[in-house]
Design a protein around this ligand. Structure first.
Ligand code: LLP
Length: 417
């Protein structure tokens, strides 16, 4: 959609990617504002108020991205005090934020309460006690949802499946009632919701449907006990096609959720999509440093590494890799596209047909979600710059990290040490 060829040149909206690379250097993340807006609006069209959409900040947390979404009326799903600070810096409001995560510290809880957080998605009985204590100190009442583990198999990569009993997330369904009862007795907690998140990059609606059935049943039980649950947050996890996968159609699922909620009366629904909002709205642009033919394999060595985009190394994830400027009529040898980091796992693609030589630019597609946010400085590599295009204009939304900043805050031992 927003990344298309005009002639032999790859464009992001109306900006030639080669021009952006020339101006801002590589490696470079390029995002399309129009694509972010389109994805958001497509989702929102199936999700009328009072139901809420909370964008999962971890997918792409650049404040320009968050600001575009805040202006569309987005709420946010965060997992740290740092993400809350980003949302506020980007113009989001704390009351529209839900705070997920298994390891919230006292300081993070206190900060979120001071800011007026919309809801804590609580992951354990111990966390419930901790929030009670902090809220009592502040003399306020904390809005609470319990994250319940519905024990469904999301059929995704084991590292990003979260809804099985064996995962560290959430409270077991069998314990949920008891933890709720305890919460309802605590004076500084308002037990108002239940939530779940079964995993990420899920490409079938069935696991979501199964999980929602279990959650509705739980709400019915809790209400029968007099605990007034007023919202259900079904988390995120909607997959996107990276290779040839069929697109996940969520409209039927969203529709059925709303019908069920209506039957239950006074139940607001929430979702926390991340990847499905930003995944296909960004590419990572990298320059070929060397072509290295070999007897077993040919390598294209590029200037981006696993520290810039970790998904292939960590999950063996597939990302399309295309030439930014296509060469007509050239042979396309079979190559592995690899980075400069000193790890065999530092690759972007194996056995790809690509005609490219030193100095050529490649675009790693669908890098808008869990790309920059998972970047590191491994091998003392400054993190990439980020640009957002809007029509024929481009804005540098994150400067390339200056090298010296990488050891700022480090200290030599004193003379006598
Ligand atoms: N809500 C919660 C509580 C989550 O843990 C997550 C993602 C989301 C929402 C958003 O899920 P999404 O809609 O983006 O699938 N780094 C991995 C993905 C990790 C997802 C972690 N949780 C990757 O690159 O595939």
């Amino acid at each position: 959609m927003s990344f298309t060829y005009q002639g032999n040149q790859l464009f992001a909206e109306d900006c030639a990617i080669a021009d952006l690379a020339k101006q801002y250097g590589t490696p470079l993340f390029v995002y399309s504002k129009a694509a972010i807006i389109e994805n958001w609006q497509q989702f929102a069209a199936h999700w009328p108020a009072p139901h809420k959409l909370c964008y999962a900040v971890k997918a792409n947390s650049n404040i320009a991205v968050l600001n575009v979404l805040a202006r569309l009326g987005a709420g946010f799903d965060i997992v740290s005090g740092g993400e809350l600070a980003r949302v506020l810096a980007a113009g989001g409001k704390a009351k529209d934020v839900v705070f997920s995560g298994v390891g919230k510290s006292r300081e993070e809880i206190a900060y979120a309460l001071e800011q007026g957080i919309g809801c804590f998605n609580v992951e354990s009985a111990a966390e419930l006690e901790r929030i009670q204590a902090v809220a009592a100190e502040q003399g306020c009442v904390a809005p609470i949802s319990l994250r319940v583990n519905p024990d469904v198999d999301a059929q995704t990569h084991p590292y990003i499946a979260t809804g099985l009993k064996a995962n560290k997330f959430g409270i077991a369904m069998s314990d949920a009632r008891e933890v709720f009862r305890r919460g309802a007795q605590l004076p500084n907690l308002d037990m108002r919701g239940v939530d779940c998140h079964i995993g990420s990059q899920i490409l079938s609606a069935q696991p979501f449907m199964d999980a929602s059935e279990r959650m509705f049943a739980l709400i019915r039980d809790l209400r029968a006990e007099g605990i007034q649950i007023t919202h259900l947050d079904m988390g995120g996890g909607f997959g996107i096609p990276y290779q040839h996968e069929a697109k996940l159609d969520v409209s039927g699922y969203l529709q059925s959720l709303q019908e069920r909620a209506k039957e239950m009366g006074d139940l607001t629904l929430m979702l926390e999509p991340g990847r499905s909002i930003v995944g296909n709205t960004g590419v990572m642009v990298t320059k070929v440093e060397y072509y290295k033919p070999g007897s077993e394999k040919n390598f294209l060595l590029v200037d981006a590494g696993m520290n810039d985009l970790l998904r292939p190394s960590l999950y063996n994830a597939y990302h399309d890799i295309v030439a930014v400027q296509r060469h007509e009529g050239l042979d396309e040898p079979l190559v592995d596209v690899v980075g400069p980091v000193c790890e065999t796992g530092d690759f972007f693609g194996h056995a790809r047909h690509l005609a490219a030589e030193e100095g050529d630019l490649l675009a790693v597609m669908n890098a808008g979600a869990y790309g920059f946010t998972m970047a590191s400085n491994y091998n003392t590599r400054p993190r990439a710059a980020e640009v957002m295009v809007h029509g024929a204009s481009a804005t540098l939304i994150r400067e390339r990290e200056p090298l010296e900043s990488l050891w700022q805050g480090e200290h030599l031992l004193g003379e006598d040490a």
